[in-house]
Design a protein around this ligand. Structure first.
Ligand code: CO
Length: 465
């Protein structure tokens, strides 16, 4: 019997896509023992924006959250999303920092590390891969992830070539990450058949979002074309900007005669558990029902939904909504000039803002943002296609582009030393140091809180005695 397995995303991507990652650990602790017996391929529960959100908004130690997840999900693969050399942030960290982060992630309980680079510049995921291999435990899986996008240079052949490269690099599985939810059923069929032919029996995973309404059709075609794993969210946290629904796919797969290994009763129990939680956040406004709707604009304009709403907000602020159509038409041109980067954070914002600037100033690239300049200099990695030579010359002059990898190669230990010094007696463990390197301000605030709390508790204990 053929098998297609499901990764449950409610704790990470669904949480991130629908309610800005504000789900505290305490809300879902009670259902973890059941989820552990559901039979998921994995539970995506860490990484992405969860780390930042724990420290910034939830007064939670992300490492402690991970250890608690591990304790309550002993038999399920715990999965995280990692932005390659950027870890969970937006800047390139040194190799020794990347390595330590992976070591600690595995040590605290992560099994599956899904690693991607926004530009698909695989030099930026190599250190993370090697570290995963170095610290791997029995169940550890290094998953190489491709940021899916559509452009004249992103052909099926190009994606097949990328998959071959990921396989040769030594990844255990490959994931196609369609963050904008724009992959059509037709594209899925051609891509997945082509990729499966090229990589043999290596596990292939499809990650998509329901944003544009394509996802169920695309997943169905993906299943017919040989996909091994799909990402879904428990039904009350599915749809809209989130993933397709776990239970729905369970019933559909059953009729296909495909085994997904899930326990029907448990996945329904999981959904029942999350229903009142969802309602709580709808009621307090944290979960905007708008994010649960279908928005096909991304298909019309070929830009992700979030990028469009950003642009509308910016233009409205500047009382320039009359320039909306011109700015929209400028986006694909800017993207082509920049060598067709996938429109994913932070590139979507960079391309969108530059398009608006070009239109408002009335002369293309008269003003170029610092970020776009750095991108053209090569600081983000290699663009998928050559950057427009005129634009490139305008920014670089006679300079050569920089190699984003040169800086990262340094293994000085400096980052750890200065982080430790900065934290002083707030620091208890390597995990604290790592949190500080990733999010210094939020970590200091969190650790000061922790210290104050402990001192309070100590006072209570003495009084009680
Ligand atoms: Co996603």
């Amino acid at each position: 019997m053929r098998k297609v397995q499901l990764t449950e995303t409610v704790l990470r991507d669904a949480n991130q896509s629908l309610m800005a990652t504000r789900l505290p650990y305490a809300d879902y602790e009670g259902i973890l023992p059941d989820m552990d017996k559901a039979g998921y391929y994995s539970i995506e529960c860490w990484g992405g924006a969860t780390f930042d959100s724990c420290l910034r908004y939830l007064n939670e130690d992300p490492w402690e959250r991970l250890r608690n997840l591990r304790k309550n999900l002993p038999d399920t693969r715990l999965q995280m999303l990692l932005r390659g050399q950027n870890l969970l942030g937006y800047k390139h960290y040194h190799d020794d920092v990347v390595e330590k982060f992976i070591e600690l992630s595995i040590k605290n309980g992560i099994d599956v590390i899904r690693i991607f680079d926004a530009l698909n510049d695989f030099r930026n995921i190599e250190t993370a891969l090697n570290a995963t291999k170095k610290y791997a435990k029995e169940k550890t899986i290094a998953s190489g992830c491709i940021s899916y996008t559509q452009s004249p240079v992103h052909t099926v052949d190009k994606y097949i070539e990328m998959c071959r490269e990921l396989k040769n690099m030594g990844f255990d599985t490959i994931c196609l990450k369609d963050m904008a939810g724009t992959m059509s059923p037709y594209e899925a069929e051609h891509l997945i058949k082509g990729i499966k032919d090229a990589i043999g029996d290596m596990t292939l995973i499809l990650h998509t979002h329901c944003t544009t309404g394509m996802a169920y059709m695309t997943i169905t075609k993906a299943i017919e074309s040989g996909i091994d794993v799909i990402d879904t969210a428990t039904s009350c946290f599915s749809g809209g900007t989130s993933q397709p629904s776990t239970e729905t796919m369970f019933y559909a797969l059953q009729q296909y005669g495909i085994d997904c290994g899930l326990d029907e009763e448990i996945i329904n129990k999981v959904n029942d558990y999350f229903k009142p939680i969802k309602q709580k956040y709808v009621d307090n406004g944290q979960l905007n029902p708008k994010s649960l709707a279908t928005d096909a604009q991304a298909l019309v304009y070929k830009v992700p939904g979030g990028m469009l709403s950003n642009m509308i907000a910016n233009l409205t602020d500047m009382h320039a909504m009359d320039k909306f159509d011109a700015a929209l038409a400028e986006i694909p041109k800017v993207r082509a000039d920049l060598g067709y980067p996938p429109l994913v954070t932070p590139l979507s914002q960079m391309v969108g803002n530059q398009a608006v600037t070009n239109v408002l100033v009335g002369e293309r690239y008269k003003n170029i943002s610092k970020e776009v300049k750095n991108y053209i200099k090569g600081e983000y990695g290699i663009a998928p296609a050559p950057i427009d030579p005129e634009l490139s010359k305008k920014v670089l002059g006679d300079d050569m582009p920089v190699d984003c990898r040169v800086e990262d190669m340094k293994r000085t230990g400096e980052d750890f030393k200065s982080a430790k010094e900065a934290l002083g007696d707030l620091c208890r463990c390597e995990e604290d140091v790592m949190s500080y390197i990733c999010y210094p301000d939020q970590t200091v605030k969190f650790l000061e809180n922790r210290k104050a709390q402990e001192e309070n508790e100590a006072v209570y204990t003495i009084e009680e005695m």
